[in-house]
Design a protein around this ligand. Structure first.
Ligand code: IMP
Ligand code: MG
Length: 184
């Protein structure tokens, strides 16, 4: 087994551990359950990055909710988004008059979620809120902030727990900072 791949070796350090993620997701679950208690909410997973966060967060919700999924592709490279996104797979639900909670992996420039919120707003939902596992406020290029945040992190490129570099590392169970030589 000398040549086995170990993704852990590509990490410079763990930024948010499995245990920290689990504890924070449980807290967010309680808060979100209380906020949406008795309301009609559609929780939308933005594929693929939010997959683990969405899966853990929704299981921490005790309120009645419907799951939906949206897949978007942004024009830009893997490290910098233009903000203009193409809907690859739209949600199935009609959200008119309903509460929408968007679940995303990370808010960086904010351009993606700004655009996405605008797209969904046009369908006249009762409300739209955003839950992000990670937030890099230093990088913001527009006036938007998540309503629920797992962790505020510094301006570093991270992978794991859904976040990728060129499609890989999403299965790493923690959020890690990659060794610069691995993505430069
Ligand atoms: P924004 O439009 O700049 O806020 O970009 C958001 C998207 O960029 C996220 O959904 C991620 O796909 C990607 N992204 C931003 N920062 C990182 C990072 O540190 N690691 C992995 N993906 C990131
Ligand atoms: Mg993404």
């Amino acid at each position: 087994m000398a040549n086995m791949t170990d993704l852990n070796k590509d990490m410079a350090r763990v930024l948010v551990s499995k245990e920290q993620i689990a504890a924070r997701v449980a807290e967010l679950g309680k808060q979100i359950s209380a906020d949406y208690d008795g309301k009609d909410v559609v929780v939308v997973c933005i594929l693929k990055g939010a997959v683990h966060f969405f899966s853990d967060l929704t299981r921490a919700l005790t309120c009645q909710m419907e799951m939906d999924f949206m897949s978007i592709s942004s024009y830009g490279n893997s490290r910098k988004t233009s903000g203009v996104v193409r809907i690859v797979k739209d949600i199935d639900a009609d959200i008119t008059g309903r509460h929408v909670l968007i679940v995303e992996d990370i808010m960086d420039s904010g351009l993606t979620l700004n655009y996405l919120t605008m797209l969904l707003q046009a369908r006249e939902p009762a409300s739209i809120r955003i839950a992000c596992l990670l937030d890099k406020p230093e990088r913001r290029e527009c006036a938007i902030s998540p309503d629920y945040v797992g962790f505020i992190i510094p301006n570093e490129f991270v992978v794991g727990y859904g976040l990728d570099f060129d499609g890989f590392y999403r299965n790493v169970p923690y959020v890690g900072v990659m060794k610069p030589e691995k993505y430069q």
